[in-house]
Design a protein around this ligand. Structure first.
Ligand SMILES: [Fe+2]
Ligand SMILES: [Fe+2]
Length: 136
């Protein structure tokens, strides 16, 4: 079972956002472990709740920061967040209907890992130079 770890290539230049990413990654790893181990629905359900709710709070914070620092990828970031919420809601609904099937677990794993690593590294990190240019 692969787990993801936060590393400096995910630095956004805002400590609170980096901490939120770390928390999201921790819960994602727990979610994947719980699903893979076939743990009860209640546990998977509560992790999905935590992860989903926290992601929305994080997106709001991050979008505010990008707007504040006039980040050129602000709109692209917000659109990606919207897509994420749609995808995540679909997973959640499927889970409620079918439970943690192997097929669903694999797709959640692939999608959330792709999201967290690629989106954070390619889009969220673009905040750092915007903050630097505002300060200097
Ligand atoms: Fe983002
Ligand atoms: Fe983010």
């Amino acid at each position: 079972m692969p787990t993801i770890n936060w590393d400096p290539s995910m630095t956004t230049g805002v400590e609170s956002l980096d901490n939120q990413h770390k928390q999201l990654i921790t819960w994602l790893n727990e979610l994947l472990a719980a699903m893979t181990l076939g743990q009860g629905r209640a546990e998977v359900s509560s992790l999905l709740d935590k992860l989903g709710g926290y992601a929305v709070m994080h997106f709001d914070n991050e979008e505010d920061c990008m707007t504040k620092y006039n980040c050129p990828v602000a709109a692209q970031n917000a659109a990606a967040h919207k897509d994420f919420v749609t995808t995540f809601t679909g997973f959640r609904e499927e889970y409620e209907k079918t439970g943690a099937t192997a097929h669903l677990v694999v797709r959640i794993e692939n999608e959330l890992m792709r999201w967290l690593t690629t989106h954070i590294r390619k889009t969220d990190t673009q905040l750092a130079p915007c903050i630097r240019s505002t300060i200097s």
